[in-house]
Design a protein around this ligand. Structure first.
Ligand SMILES: Cc1cc2nc3c(=O)[nH]c(=O)nc-3n(C[C@H](O)[C@H](O)[C@H](O)COP(=O)(O)OP(=O)(O)OC[C@H]3O[C@@H](n4cnc5c(N)ncnc54)[C@H](O)[C@@H]3O)c2cc1C
Length: 373
């Protein structure tokens, strides 16, 4: 008999959420995480309704609501004019909580459900499956470890080495651009986002809890902004907003790209989260989508594992279909903020005004809050 019912590789937000759901169902779960310390990189901030429902199922909905900032809505601007104003309805809330804090809540929840489930400093280096089990090799603090499980879920992130080893493919999808961002004290704290879709490229800003704000600027591919002075100058030129940030603030550069694995399972091994699909951060859907997949996968595993491996053919299709929808939305959002000539800018201004008009406003807000995913 294998050591565990389910072994999860990677304690990112998606692996951790799946672990909580499975332990709640009484399964014997281990999570191998190669880091020894918490991941304090500031990445995801937006939690949409499907994500919040998943966090509720994992038992931390109230804690997330208590710590998160409720985003009231936002406005879309271009060439110093407001094109659209949206408000998020109470039944489709968007919460803002930086990823390290969501991760900390998930880790604490898992620890409270099972003190031994999370194995830190455990770098999985190999996976081999037989008819009855999956055998995992890992480098851990106490040397090489051999573990086994009825099912292994690979949630090791977008650069998944194991996905490549398993030959599950990684198809590029439309939508790729470079950005720089900073999280800083907000001079006028509020609860609304502002998206500037300017001819020189996107500038967006989102309120964060504790009186902070995230600023994101689109930059030319392969040519980041030199430093905070360039970052502030780009915002001032494009929007007229003078941030005046101190010289020690460092913008973080990131490339928004999109990919999907050709298949998300093989035998007893399943890919999950960013390892299965990369969705551009513009639109804030990647982590939420991983959680939605985790809920669907947990339902299937709780019904069958460890006695029997569930048939994941329909699940596989569903994951790739939702990813494809989310990627189309993100590609559209990215195109609205791409540097563009005057004729294109005028055409997209008409489109954004139309999407923000009274008859379409509710539909647009649904699109932005991951309705149907
Ligand atoms: C700038 C930015 C902003 C974003 N904003 C949003 C947003 O607002 N909303 C949203 O939904 N998404 C957003 N995202 C996407 C979101 O950050 C990711 O979708 C999310 O982190 C994916 O979680 P994950 O658990 O699948 O992978 P990860 O968070 O990458 O976690 C993978 C884990 O696996 C571990 N690991 C890797 N290899 C091994 C191994 N061999 N053995 C053991 N452990 C291993 C890693 O150390 C890591 O802890 C954003 C991304 C970026 C870059």
């Amino acid at each position: 008999m294998p050591d565990h019912d389910v072994l999860i590789v990677g304690a990112g937000p998606v692996g951790l959420l799946l672990a909580c759901l499975l332990v709640q169902e009484g399964l014997r779960v281990a999570v191998c995480e190669r880091r020894k310390e918490d991941d304090d990189r500031t990445r995801a901030i937006g939690i949409h309704r499907p994500g919040l429902e998943a966090l509720e199922a994992a038992g931390i909905g109230d804690a997330v609501r208590a710590q998160g900032l409720r985003l009231e809505g936002g406005e879309v601007r271009s060439r110093r004019r407001t094109l659209a104003t949206l408000t998020f309805a109470a039944d489709r809330p968007v919460l803002i909580l930086p990823q390290p804090r969501t991760g900390a809540l998930l880790r604490a929840r898992l620890q409270s459900l099972s003190a031994e489930a999370l194995i830190l400093g455990c770098d999985v280096t190999g996976i081999r499956q037989t008819a009855e089990a999956v055998h995992v090799t890992a480098d851990a603090a106490d040397g090489r470890r051999e573990l086994s499980a009825a099912v292994v879920v690979v949630a090791d992130g977008v650069r998944s080495r194991l996905r490549d080893d398993l030959g599950l493919g990684w198809r590029p999808r439309t939508g790729r651009a470079s950005y720089a961002m900073v999280d800083v004290i907000d001079s006028a704290p509020g609860a609304r986002a502002v998206l500037h879709c300017e001819p020189e490229g996107l500038v967006e800003s989102f309120p964060l809890p504790d009186g902070r704000r995230r600023w994101v600027v689109r930059v030319s591919e392969g040519r980041g902004l030199e430093g905070i002075e360039d970052f502030c100058a780009a915002i001032a030129t494009r929007t007229g907003v003078d941030l005046g940030l101190p010289p020690d603030v460092r913008p973080t550069a990131f490339v928004a790209a999109q990919h999907t694995a050709k298949r998300v399972h093989r035998g007893r091994i399943v890919l999950l989260g960013d390892a299965a699909h990369e969705v551009s951060p513009i639109g804030g859907q990647g982590m939420n989508l991983g959680w939605v997949d985790a809920v669907r996968l947990a339902e299937r595993l709780a019904r069958s594992a460890p006695a029997r491996m569930p048939d994941l053919t329909a699940y596989d299709r569903q994951v790739r279909r939702s990813a494809s929808r989310a990627q189309r939305r993100s590609a559209f959002y990215m195109s609205m903020g791409a540097p563009a000539p005057a004729t294109t800018v005028r055409a997209r201004e008409v489109l954004m005004r139309t999407l923000g008009s009274a008859p379409l406003r509710g539909w647009t807000a649904g699109l932005l809050t991951m309705r149907g995913l």
